[in-house]
Design a protein around this ligand. Structure first.
Ligand code: IPD
Length: 262
């Protein structure tokens, strides 16, 4: 509807500006500001700066909205809309000079995303969705509609991610092994928002990961759903981590069955 499209237009403009800043800072050299919990769980000065920019731009246009970001304190707001933001999803890629990182911005109302943008500045692509309006990839001034893949005669290309806590790694690897029999191959791209966008685009057939945070998935899950995909949440493992599975609904169910049978 009109409202979702307006929210998307704002999110897209802010994500493009934020992506530009992230890229510029990357070119100047990246400093890791802190290790948050473990070796892999890092934040760069750019994550904080980019989040501050996004927060400021959104507040200037829509001062009554709430905000939930990876790197700063949450606010509730008065409009019922909350912006759920990962300023740089794929921080390890970003810090290492790998191009697969994204700015992820979603507008959420009562737990339901109305608009979502994943901007991958170093890849030159913007993945967008507004509720009920489909999902698209925008690049070089062109815009293409997205659809999840459906046929997997020779096995699916499946992406996953690993938790930050080393204690969880054995379980994550066991899950990969349980899914391998229906996979053509497995990827670990390193940015949940990009994995989800690629599922929407049919580049990946599926993506699963345990322990994702709202800002990792809010925008990408809407982009998958609007491309005809399912995003399932499976019950928590022994570390309290729920699993997200995104794919064509039939394939998502197949993966869920294998994970649940483990
Ligand atoms: C992380 C990335 C990574 C995934 C982690 C996320 P961050 O986000 O999306 O691929 O495995 O679960 O937390 O910390 O780089 O914003």
């Amino acid at each position: 509807d009109r409202m979702s499209i307006e929210l998307l237009d704002l999110a897209r403009a802010v994500a493009l500006e934020a992506g530009h800043l992230a890229r510029r800072r990357r070119a100047e050299g990246v400093r890791i500001a802190a290790s948050k919990s473990t070796l892999a769980d890092i934040v760069t000065e750019a994550d904080r700066e980019v989040e501050a920019l996004i927060r400021e731009r959104l507040a200037a246009e829509r001062p009554g909205d709430g905000f939930l970001g990876e790197e700063s304190d949450a606010t509730t707001g008065t409009t019922g809309i909350t912006w759920v933001v990962d300023p740089i999803d794929g921080t390890v890629n970003y810090a290492s000079g790998m191009p697969s990182y994204g700015v992820s911005i979603a507008a959420v109302r009562e737990g339901e995303a109305l608009a979502g943008v994943v901007r991958a500045p170093a890849l030159g692509e913007t993945f967008v969705a507004a509720r009920g309006e489909g999902s698209f990839v925008e690049a070089d001034g062109a815009r293409e509609s997205l659809r999840v893949s459906s046929e997997h005669p020779a096995g699916a290309l499946i992406a996953t991610g690993f938790g930050y806590d080393p204690a969880t790694h054995a379980g994550d690897i066991a899950t990969v092994q349980a899914v391998m029999p229906i996979a053509r191959d497995v990827r670990r791209i390193g940015a949940a928002s990009i994995d989800l966008s690629y599922v929407a685009a049919g580049r990946l057939d599926a993506y699963f990961e345990r322990g994702l945070k709202p800002w990792d998935v809010a925008a990408g899950a809407l982009i998958v759903a609007e491309a005809g995909g399912a995003v399932l949440t499976l019950s928590a493992d022994g570390f309290g981590r729920e699993m997200t599975v995104a794919a064509h609904p039939d394939l998502a169910r197949k993966i869920a069955d294998r994970v649940e049978a483990e």
